[in-house]
Write a protein that binds this ligand. Structure first.
Ligand SMILES: NC(=O)c1ccc[n+]([C@@H]2O[C@H](COP(=O)([O-])OP(=O)(O)OC[C@H]3O[C@@H](n4cnc5c(N)ncnc54)[C@H](OP(=O)(O)O)[C@@H]3O)[C@@H](O)[C@H]2O)c1
Length: 485
């Protein structure tokens, strides 16, 4: 342990609850001297007492001591409760800092707060890095996926440390990279969580179909997921799904999944993703359906009121058909997953253009290959698609992915149609298919929508045969006038 006033720590962490403590330990285990501080001193003391042997920690009792313990330019990681606490801590430290110092917010901040904080500190010459951190407390300790946003200068000073402690992908590359300026890192982390919602919903629907239509008990469905996890669906979420489904509840002896209440929560980031997508005008139906599905599951009053409403009650398929159907579910899940991920990437592209972030969309896929919740083998191919064509308008247009969704057509449609016939809700799978069909359509009924809007609100429309904006005089002789001069 070093003296708190010596200014020898390469980096500091303030906020030592589960995430901050584990990040500090991760940094120390990688040979960095880490100043540690927490509002309530007991956490600092406990960290050093319990884990002091893991590396070189410099405990600091006050913000002033903490700042003094850091090498210059100072690198401070703030890992406190997102929202007001972050503002309070940044406000407390800012007067103690000097131009060139770097404040990293590793909490789950909304990207617009990060933009605001970055601008305020920039005025003082202090760099503010909003870093999305994914992987929970285990990831923080053993290697998270880290998505830092901020200035190039800040990344140059900070990047090597983040690269040390980040997860490593199968090719050894660190799962972190400079995402872009100001709020870009927290934005990308938010979209990660939105995609996570969509992915989990699709997996849940696939399980439901295996159970209700194929007639597979959870243990059998677990086998199916385990097999899928050896193929193109290989991912953390599919892997844990197999484990959860195979687990037996100790208290009841039933499948664990049957002992768990079927009301999901939806906390901040999924909702933020959808709200932001609406603001940006980007359709993310897969994420939105996932957020709504969780919300619906928690409306016990509505669900009780609707229990017993008419609907089909079909017996499961026979053994032979069930095996074929399970294979179709794999294809529907995979095609829907590509579609939902494509929506997330579209959203990042739109924000990058809106805010001038210049996000490298292939790099985002690379950073998500390890450490985070949506880590998956398939992200190597997402990266390859964007590396091959950085201007790719949608993942669905990449030749390889287009080939796969094309090959999945019959199965995808059969699964959604079967779900409808069985009365099994598949909002994620069907929204993905609808999005796919809408994008590939020659003509959409949006033409009718535009005509209706012109009828009741004189909103005007464009025509297919000539340029200009027009309005039909619906209440008069239905003649057409040009409204754009
Ligand atoms: N938990 C996860 O899996 C996870 C994953 C990714 C990101 N995150 C994000 O990482 C951040 C930290 O998460 P966490 O679960 O470790 O902790 P947390 O429960 O979100 O926050 C507790 C920490 O915040 C400090 N704090 C709260 N209000 C404060 C204030 N006004 N001034 C100074 N310090 C204040 C607490 O200090 P005291 O000890 O003095 O109360 C404590 O160190 C959060 O933004 C969270 O959203 C969490």
């Amino acid at each position: 342990m070093s003296d708190a006033m010596s200014g020898t720590a390469q980096i500091g962490v303030t906020g030592l609850a589960v995430m901050g403590r584990n990040l500090a330990r991760n940094l120390a285990r990688h040979g960095h001297t880490v100043a540690v501080h927490n509002r309530t001193g007991a956490r600092t003391k406990a960290l050093v007492e319990e884990f002091g042997k893991e590396g070189d920690f410099v405990p600091a009792g006050t913000p002033r001591e903490f700042v003094a313990a850091l090498e210059r330019p100072r690198r401070l990681v703030v890992m406190v409760k997102a929202g007001e606490a972050t503002d309070a801590v940044v406000g407390e430290f800012a007067p103690l800092l000097e131009p060139g110092d770097i404040v990293v917010d590793g909490g789950n901040a909304h990207f617009s707060d990060t933009r605001r904080r970055e601008e305020a500190l920039r005025e003082r010459g202090v760099h503010f890095v909003g870093a999305g951190v994914s992987g929970g407390e285990e990831g923080a300790l053993h290697g998270p996926s880290i998505m830092p946003g901020g200035s190039d200068e800040a990344y140059a000073a900070l990047g090597p440390l983040l690269e040390d402690i980040a997860a490593k992908a199968h090719d050894g590359a660190p799962c972190t990279a400079h995402i872009g300026p100001d709020g870009a890192g927290h934005f990308v982390k938010m979209v990660h969580n939105g995609i996570e919602y969509a992915d989990m919903q699709l997996i849940a629907e696939a399980y439901d179909m295996l159970r209700a239509v194929a007639g597979y008990a959870p243990a059998r469905a677990a086998e199916v997921f385990r097999t899928w996890n050896t193929g193109r669906l290989d991912s953390y979420l599919v892997g844990i799904t197999a484990e959860v489904l195979a687990h037996t509840d100790a208290a009841t002896g039933r499948p664990f999944v049957d002992a768990v209440a079927d009301a999901a929560e939806q906390k901040g980031t999924g909702r933020w993703t959808v709200q932001t997508a609406l603001d940006l005008g980007v359709p993310v139906s897969g994420i939105a359906e996932a957020v709504f599905a969780r919300s619906l599951s928690g409306h016990t009053g509505l669900r009780e009121a609707a229990t017993g409403l008419p609907g089909p009650h079909r017996p499961p398929l026979g053994e032979r058909d069930a095996a074929h159907f399970a294979d179709q579910v794999e294809q529907a899940l995979y095609a829907s997953k590509i579609t939902s991920y494509a929506q997330g990437w579209n959203m990042m592209r739109a924000a990058s253009e809106e805010y001038g972030w210049n996000i490298d969309l292939g790099t985002v896929a690379a950073v998500w290959r390890g450490g985070c919740i949506i880590r998956a083998a398939f992200l190597d191919r997402v990266r390859a698609a964007y590396d091959a064509d950085p201007a790719l308008p949608t993942l669905l247009a990449d030749a390889e992915f287009a080939g796969e969704t094309g090959a999945a057509q019959e199965a995808w449609r059969a699964v959604v149609a079967t779900a409808v016939r069985y009365g099994v809700p598949v909002p994620g799978l069907s929204a993905a298919l609808a999005s796919y069909d809408a994008l590939r359509a020659d003509r959409l009924p949006a033409a009718l929508t535009q005509a209706q809007r012109d009828y009741f609100g004189a909103h005007a429309y464009r025509r297919t045969d000539r340029p200009g904006v027009y309005h039909t005089l619906w209440g008069q002789d239905r003649s057409e006038v040009r409204t754009d001069g």
